[in-house]
Each structure stands twice: as structure tokens, then as C-alpha cells.
Design a protein around this ligand. Structure first.
Ligand code: AMP
Length: 435
């Protein structure tokens, strides 16, 4: 027996269906917003993340799975996907073609060496988007709204959009200077991490979760007083458009996010389940001014994106029973009553599948009762019984497991018989709806 590697988990059976459902929902929304899929490698050069996610981030400082490969290259399992997506956009010269914006979505696993806890894993899955070549604040709104509608379609209510503006370069330089002056006076009384953050990226101190540090953070100078008119104006436009779209938000001036590359608007969607469990951020994202250039792309091209954690979304949806609609039923279960009919059964199951009926076949020979039990376990609509009489007369018994009625049908007519039954079923639903 082998145990799971600490912090990892198997996603299997119905849980895997749920993950696919979440991913497919977001993929469809992204396609509706004219985003295209990007699949980039799980391994990238370590330097990519040092340059993008940033040397001062917790991720790069403590959480990366980094190793030397057999050719002595420093390789890292991606802790997030943005860096790889931008690298890919730059390498493939998608921006040089002048095709901006490049609108990319992605889905896949990420790796962070974090302390495992409720909803936090060392291998987890993200869906996300990047819009590269943002020249208008309304693109930022588009990115935020895509995330909002994805969550809405999944059934989330009472979402809290938490938003902040980190300002452009000039705003941030001015702000960081006053922050440094402020925190320099308090640093002796702050945690070790903050002392480190002070050296690497003073903005990160605003993110500190240490309660006694939070008192000091509360009285720190505020970014809003140092925003350039342009940053301020853009942020106001974003907020006003969110108002018009009916997306409620709360401004949190201490929201800086854990990755170094953000500037101007940053956001998270927070959610508390109906059981009162606060899951914190379901997703996070924001605007980035310098990232593309940092990764070797053209100057002055800006982007915006977000990532959601599939694990976190799934556990909230489990808590709040938002998965009700997933259909796990089977149309047909073919049951040969003797081993010698199995080849016939396989042929029938194949024909059913090719005609659009989700089907399985029993090859385990457990007798009629045992097979029916299995059919019920699979939530089957029609059990198809193949006994001696049927084989001899080229027929099959179709047992409707819901109505508990059965009929013997010519094999040649099986598909048209089932089609007919299905369309009656639909009409019946239709009439019920009308009533
Ligand atoms: P980030 O890339 O840090 O902005 O994270 C985006 C989202 O990914 C978060 O809001 C979480 O939902 C999810 N996430 C981040 N880290 C983990 C983790 N260790 N385990 C599970 N989900 C995570």
C-alpha cells in the first residue's frame, strides 16, 4: 500500500464529475466572452516565476516545488498559470501580430508547498483567464464580470466582490515611499515575516494576518491618497460600470494579493456558505502593467486576469447543495442471462452507444437479480434482458425501470422503439411544464 503524498488528494468518481462540471461551466462562459483555450506545460524554468510571481511573494520564497533536472536546469512545477500563459503568448509572438487583446483561458493543476488544511492542498486545480493588451478599464470590468457570471451560473448567491486599486507605477512608487517611512517606525514590534517583507516589497505588509501587526497596518497611510489622477479615474470608471451591471462590491484598501505582478485594479470573490463556513477567496485576480515586459514581451502592454480554485468551489458547492443538476444516470443496461450471449450483448450495447444511448453491459454473469441490482445502482432507465427466448427469436426485453413495465422488442426495432419512448418522455415533461 502506498499513501498519498502529503497535501494531495484523489479526485475520483462523482467528485471528478463535479470538477468537470465546474470547469465546463467556466469554459462555456469564457467561450461566450470570446476567450480561447491555452494549454501550457506544468514544468517551467524557475526563473519565470521568480521574475513574474516575484521574489518577495510567499509563493516564491517558501512554496515552490523546484528541482534540478538531469541537465542541471532549475525547473519548477507551476504554482499558478498566469506566468506560463504570458510566456506562451510572448514566445508565440501573438502580440507582435498586433492581435490585441489576446484572450486566453486555461484549466489545470498547480503546485504549492503550503501547510495542508481545509480547502488547501499542495496540488490543486485552477481555471483562469488572461486578457493581454488591455487598453481600457472596461476590459478589467469584463474580466471581473466573466468571473461573476461563471459563479452565478454555478448557483452562487451572496457573492462578495472585494476590490482595490494598487495604482500605476507612479502611484505605487510614491505610496511605497510613504509606507516605508511609516513601517520603519514600527518594524521592531512586527513579525519576522513583515521584517522580510519590508526589505522585499513593503506593500506585502498590508496583507499580514498577524493580529498585532494588523493594528499597525490599520493606521498605515492609504493608497487612495497616493493614486495618480489617471489611476483614480480608471478605478472610478470600473466601480461605476460594476454599479451599472448590478455587481455589488466592497472596497478593501488592504487587499494587495499574494503575487507581485499586480497593479491598478485587484479583486477577489469571497463567499460564506449557508452553513456559515467562510471559505475566504474563491478566486483572485487583477490588472498587471509590467508583467508582459518582465517576461520578455513588448513594453507598455498591460493585461488583466483571474484564477479560481476548483477545489474550493467544489467544497462550497457540496456544502450548499449546488450540485443538484448533475445527471449520473445510465440509459441502458444490457443483461445477457448466459455467458454464451455476451458477444450478442456487446453488439447491442455498441449499437445503442452509436445511436446516442449511454449504455453499459453486464459481463460478470451474476444472474437476473444481481444484474437488476446493478442496473438500479447505475440509475438506469432501461434494463435490456437477453435470455434464451430472446436470442432464439432475435428480440430483447426492454424493462422500463421507472414505470416498472416491460416489453419484448424485435432487435431491429430497438433503436426506433427507444427513440419513440424518449420523445414521449419529453412530451410528457413538456405537458407537465405547461400545467
Ligand atoms: P492565487 O493564484 O493565489 O490568486 O489563487 C487563486 C485561487 O486558487 C484561490 O482563490 C483559491 O481558490 C485557489 N487556491 C490557491 N491556493 C490553493 C491551495 N493551496 N489549495 C487549493 N486552492 C488554492
Amino acid at each position: 500500500m502506498f499513501n498519498l503524498v502529503k497535501g494531495t488528494h484523489d479526485v475520483i468518481l462523482s467528485e471528478a464529475d463535479k470538477y468537470s462540471y465546474i470547469e465546463q461551466t467556466f469554459i462555456q462562459v469564457a467561450e461566450f466572452f470570446n476567450y480561447k483555450e491555452f494549454r501550457t506545460p506544468i514544468i517551467e524554468s524557475s526563473e519565470l516565476f521568480q521574475r513574474s510571481v516575484g521574489d518577495s511573494s510567499d509563493i516564491v520564497r517558501k512554496e515552490m516545488y523546484t528541482f534540478l533536472d538531469k541537465g542541471d536546469r532549475s525547473i519548477t512545477l507551476r504554482p499558478e498559470l498566469t506566468a506560463g500563459i504570458i510566456r506562451s503568448i510572448v514566445n508565440n509572438k501573438l502580440l507582435a501580430l498586433g492581435d490585441i487583446p489576446v484572450k486566453a483561458y486555461y484549466v489545470g493543476p498547480c503546485f504549492r508547498y503550503e501547510r495542508p488544511q481545509q480547502g488547501r492542498y499542495r496540488q490543486f486545480n485552477q481555471f483562469g483567464i488572461e486578457c493581454v493588451g488591455v487598453v481600457s478599464p472596461y476590459r478589467d470590468v469584463e474580466v471581473i464580470s466573466l468571473c461573476y457570471y461563471g459563479l452565478k451560473i454555478l448557483g452562487f448567491k451572496n457573492l462578495k466582490l472585494v476590490i482595490n486599486c494598487l495604482g500605476d507605477d507612479e502611484s505605487r512608487t510614491n505610496y511605497k515611499n510613504v509606507l516605508r517611512d511609516y513601517f520603519a517606525k514600527h518594524l521592531d514590534n512586527m513579525c519576522g515575516d513583515c521584517k522580510e517583507r519590508f526589505k522585499l516589497n513593503v506593500l506585502r505588509i498590508l496583507d499580514c494576518k498577524d493580529p498585532s501587526d494588523q493594528e499597525i497596518v490599520k493606521n498605515a497611510p492609504r493608497i487612495e491618497d497616493y493614486l495618480t489622477p489617471k489611476s483614480k479615474e480608471n478605478f472610478d470608471k470600473i466601480l461605476k460600470t460594476l454599479d451599472n451591471l448590478g455587481i455589488e462590491y466592497e472596497i478593501d484598501r488592504n487587499l494587495v494579493r499574494g503575487l507581485d505582478y499586480y497593479s491598478d485594479v485587484v479583486f477577489e470573490f469571497h463567499y460564506t456558505s449557508s452553513k456559515g463556513i467562510n471559505y475566504g477567496a474563491l478566486c483572485g485576480g487583477g490588472h498587471y502593467n509590467k508583467l508582459i515586459q518582465e517576461i520578455g514581451g513588448p513594453k507598455d502592454i498591460e493585461g488583466c486576469g483571474f484564477a479560481i480554485g476548483i477545489e474550493r468551489i467544489a467544497s462550497v458547492m457540496n456544502d450548499d447543495n449546488l450540485f443538484a443538476d448533475i445527471d449520473e444516470s445510465l440509459d441502458c443496461y444490457v443483461m445477457p442471462l448466459d455467458i454464451s450471449y455476451q458477444n450478442k450483448a456487446i453488439e447491442i450495447a455498441t449499437t445503442l452507444r452509436l445511436n446516442g444511448f449511454k449504455s453499459d453491459v453486464n459481463l460478470e454473469g451474476k444472474g437476473l437479480k444481481g444484474m437488476l441490482k446493478k442496473a438500479l445502482k447505475f440509475n438506469t432507465k432501461y434494463a435490456l434482458i437477453l435470455g434464451e427466448d430472446e436470442v432464439n427469436s432475435n428480440k430483447i426485453v426492454v424493462k422500463d425501470l421507472k414505470e416498472e413495465k416491460q416489453e419484448s422488442i424485435e432487435l431491429d426495432e430497438l433503436i426506433s422503439y427507444l427513440d419513440q419512448k424518449e420523445s414521449e418522455d419529453c412530451e410528457c415533461h413538456h405537458h407537465q411544464n405547461e400545467e
